[in-house]
Design a protein around this ligand. Structure first.
Ligand SMILES: Cc1cc2nc3c(=O)[nH]c(=O)nc-3n(C[C@H](O)[C@H](O)[C@H](O)COP(=O)(O)O)c2cc1C
Length: 437
């Protein structure tokens, strides 16, 4: 069978483009509107998308009021409240939500994602992040975010506890035998008795083993620690790679690490984030992008660059190249990608900041044929297994992609025309984890 793209849709807020809510057709409250979120999910399911993905930052973003007051990210639903609602009105599309390993508790995360997997009949995914937003620390009783290396140490132990709790149940533990009156077999439900550096969790979980064994495990990040953990543990890897060459290098690196960890590299799917602008002509696509970029206010430029670089960019000379930076304790992956962009294109700080405020990820611009050409090149050129799509605004961004690009991808045999399976793992071609009990 031909290689086919995996497509996920980034849905919280509606777009990563800072000005998405100012688009003339956009409902500015779209990320708080259940009818709109539901319609978008149904539209994406009709287009056979693999999954909807909702990010989470556990605090308002770390930026000055002058920029924050322009950002629709200021109000964001808890993804794990939205996903069960979407589970009730969809039947095939996967539902991936972020669950932070730095601020959540593993017992609660294991329980919530197991619950979502049952409620959605096997369509849940857990996006593991160590949480990049430093403001989150102040909402959980900390004086600062933990150091990068400690965040990943905690993430690994967190993962072991969560998956250990899921594995504490055999698939056939529930007898539900009315004649004997025995509901479950105690030999098939085991306590975890975990005692580690960060967590002490007895178990067992009070939710039966997830339908998929484990919900689909996603990891988002770009640092060495993220690459290694993703290569060992993840089913899906969300990456920041923004060019074909950086994506190819990332793909080769992470797949090689997966092989070295004894995994089948085909069981780890790599999806860079990708914002698309589609037009009936190339010029129209570029006009759409220019229109969106012109909607971004200058007050948003530097604060967004500071987020990407993990250092305060307002201290730099705007009309000079980006200086050498100290390594950040925030997102090392983001910093590497943005420093590389500045050097590659010889950008001044001012130019780089304008880019950062738009969306800060890879972009594809063109006609449906041109977009499909680029996606095909990335897929067949081993730069990705698919994409996590970001739409510049709703409904225009979603409609353009679903109505123009998806049929072109389907015509080329690069994307499904109907779901193959009922579960997210099944549709992604991922095997089901077995218990070790
Ligand atoms: C598609 C995608 C989704 C992401 N979702 C989140 C998220 O929900 N919450 C978050 O804190 N960071 C999110 N990130 C950012 C990375 O997780 C961030 O880089 C993280 O702090 C890991 O840092 P590292 O690159 O130093 O490993 C996302 C990144 C990508 C590419």
């Amino acid at each position: 069978m031909n290689k086919r793209l995996i497509l996920g849709a980034f849905m919280r807020p509606i777009s990563l483009h800072t000005a998405w809510w100012k688009h003339p057709q956009a409902a500015p409250d779209a990320n708080m509107s259940w009818p709109i979120l539901k319609d978008l999910a149904l539209k994406l399911e009709r287009a056979c998308f693999d999954a909807i993905f909702m990010a989470d930052h556990l605090a308002v973003m770390s930026m000055p009021q002058s920029a924050l007051r322009r950002s629709a990210t200021i109000t964001s639903f808890d993804p794990l409240m939205v996903m069960p609602a979407l589970a009730a009105c969809t039947s095939r599309i996967g539902l991936i939500a972020t669950g932070s390993t730095s601020y959540e508790e593993p017992y609660l995360v294991a329980r919530r994602f197991a619950s979502l997997d049952h409620l959605s009949a096997g369509r849940a995914g857990w996006n593991i992040v160590t949480t990049v937003n430093p403001e989150a620390a102040y909402n959980f009783g900390f004086e600062s975010a933990a150091r990068h290396a400690d965040r990943y140490d905690r993430a690994r132990e967190f993962f072991d506890v969560v998956t250990g709790l899921w594995d504490g149940w055999d698939d056939d533990a529930l007898l539900m035998d009315k004649d004997s009156g025995i509901f479950f077999d105690p030999a098939k439900v085991r306590a975890l008795n975990h005692k580690g550096r960060f967590f002490s969790v007895k178990g067992p979980l009070n939710v039966a083993r997830p339908v998929q064994g484990w919900p689909v495990i996603t990891l988002a990040g770009g640092s060495d620690a993220a690459r290694q953990m993703g290569a060992e543990k993840a089913d899906l890897f969300f990456s920041n790679s923004s060019t074909f060459d950086t994506a190819r290098a990332f793909y080769a690196d992470v797949k090689a690490r997966a092989c070295a960890a004894g995994r089948d590299p085909d069981q780890l799917k790599i999806l860079p984030a990708n914002q698309v602008y589609v037009g009936r002509t190339t010029a129209e696509a570029h006009r759409k992008k220019a229109f969106m970029d012109d909607l971004v206010h200058v007050d948003s430029h530097l604060p967004n660059l500071s987020l990407k670089l993990g250092v305060d960019a307002s201290q730099f000379d705007l009309d000079k190249p980006l200086p050498e930076l100290p390594e950040t304790e925030r997102s090392k992956g983001h910093q590497q990608e943005w420093v590389a962009l500045a050097r590659r294109e010889n950008l001044t700080v001012r130019e780089l900041a304008r880019r950062a405020a738009r969306s800060g990820i890879g972009e594809m611009i063109g006609t449906p044929g041109e977009i499909a050409d680029q996606m095909e090149k990335w897929l067949l050129g081993e730069a990705c297994d698919g994409f996590i799509m970001v739409f510049h605004s709703a409904p225009e961004g979603h409609d353009d992609f679903v109505e123009m690009v998806v049929p072109e991808l389907q015509r080329r045999g690069l994307f499904r025309t109907r779901y193959e399976d009922d579960t997210l793992r099944g549709n992604l071609g991922l095997s089901r984890p077995r218990t070790h009990g």
